[in-house]
Design a binder for this molecule. Structure first.
Ligand code: 13P
Ligand code: 13P
Ligand code: MG
Ligand code: MG
Length: 378
């Protein structure tokens, strides 16, 4: 009898310090990550890896057979980020160790600063995976594209055309303020789902399953660094994993929501709305007003517990947004970004007062508090 191999895809990321403000991860930090990934591969802890960056966030993509939330995998990531942060400190890079919010590792990187998305799968005959990583934005920013990929028949033709998708999908939604979650099924509960996930600063889709058989098909990192640290320390800069084809959205349907730019929270100081810009790895860097917020998408096939690789063992990775098909979205991001910037510190360019609660503006407001008089005494 054929027994499907269980494989785990983990993407763990951290801002450990960056070159010239919050712009990019420089080469010496990449080298440390690369070295540690190779070592873990030689020791048999992981089967494959790919190191890349989303702006100033160092991204470790690992494929292994240890399951989700595995202590050794998380420790590998934590130790790598620590070593890279030490190097960043020596080089006096900006915000060295920014996302390392706790001193000692305690078994899992969740709640310690780094972002993590993981998915244990039973490897199919051919299993295409797309990982997304974004910079200068927050977890709720994936609500819109995830809804379009897995619930919107105007985006995903397969929801209408493929009989294996007519059952719809289940969405786990996390309430990041109250630390609780619920599951809603589409299409039956589509409107209730939208009622929650439209509030992107609070609710975030964390997992998606196919309704007919609970096949896992998407997983995203959900954390609010400001809530962990109790103050603003940088943006969450989320990652997610989506599984494609053969009864799931096609890779092209997973990418289609990014043909246009849309607005996300997290530009400059985590305090502004900005247009998300899909880019290839070479443009994965944040410049203008520390942005615009950017997202990269990497595609690969899982094969025999590994990332499918060439004869030298080099992983075969498709840089999916490095493509003129996303030029209109990039142009829109620049144009809409310019429009927002003309508004300076006025809403809706700046986040609402509620979302500003988690930023440094609180200190300014506290300072002014004493100067307010009741209107009758003024
Ligand atoms: P699958 O049903 O094999 O995923 O193929 C659909 C397709 O061709 C997408 O364009
Ligand atoms: P990062 O979270 O990407 O470090 O950005 C911080 C910031 O405030 C940029 O303006
Ligand atoms: Mg940074
Ligand atoms: Mg960042």
């Amino acid at each position: 009898m054929f027994v499907a191999k269980k494989v785990t895809v983990s993407i763990i990321k951290c801002d450990v310090g960056s070159l010239a403000g919050h712009h990019i991860v420089p080469k010496p930090l990449f080298d440390i990550a690369q070295k540690n990934m190779e070592k873990a591969q030689n020791e048999g802890l992981i089967n494959s890896s790919f190191v890349f960056n989303a702006g100033d966030d160092l991204e470790l993509l690992m494929v292994h057979e240890n399951g989700e939330q595995n202590r050794d995998i998380h420790k590998l990531a934590w130790d790598t980020f620590k070593e890279a942060a030490d190097k960043a400190l020596k080089l006096k890079l900006y915000a060295a160790g920014q996302d390392l919010l706790k001193d000692a590792f305690s078994g899992n990187v969740r709640g310690m600063g780094p972002g993590v998305a993981e998915m244990e799968i039973e490897e199919r005959a051919a299993d295409p995976i797309v990982v997304f990583a974004a910079d200068k934005t927050s977890a709720g920013s994936f609500n819109y594209p995830l809804f379009r990929m897995f619930a919107d028949p105007m985006n995903t033709a397969g929801l209408v055309i493929d009989p294996n998708m007519l059952c719809g999908f289940k969405f786990e939604v996390i309430d990041t303020l109250e630390d609780k979650s619920t599951v809603l099924q589409c299409p039956a509960e589509m409107y209730e789902l939208l009622a929650l996930i439209g509030t992107v600063g609070r609710y975030a889709i964390s997992r998606i399953w196919r309704a007919s058989d609970d096949l896992i098909c998407a997983s995203s990192s959900v954390s609010k660094l400001s809530l962990i640290a109790g103050k603003y320390v940088g943006k969450d800069d989320p990652v997610m994993i989506a599984r494609a084809q053969h009864g799931l959205p096609a890779v092209g349907e997973i990418l289609a929501p990014f043909m246009h730019s849309y607005f996300v929270q997290g530009w400059m100081r985590g305090s502004h709305w900005g247009p998300l810009m899909p880019v290839g790895l070479k443009a994965s860097k944040c410049t203008a007003f520390d942005g615009p917020p950017r997202i990269v998408a990497l595609g690969f096939q899982v094969a025999n517990g590994k990332i499918s690789s060439d004869d030298e063992g080099k992983p075969l990775i498709a840089d999916l947004f490095d493509d003129p098909a996303f030029s209109i979205a990039r142009r829109e991001a620049i144009q809409n970004g310019c429009m927002l910037r003309r508004m300076g510190e006025f809403e809706p360019a700046r986040l609402s007062a509620e979302d500003m609660e988690y930023t440094t503006i609180q200190q300014v407001l506290q300072k002014l508090e004493k100067r307010f008089m009741p209107l009758s005494q003024a």
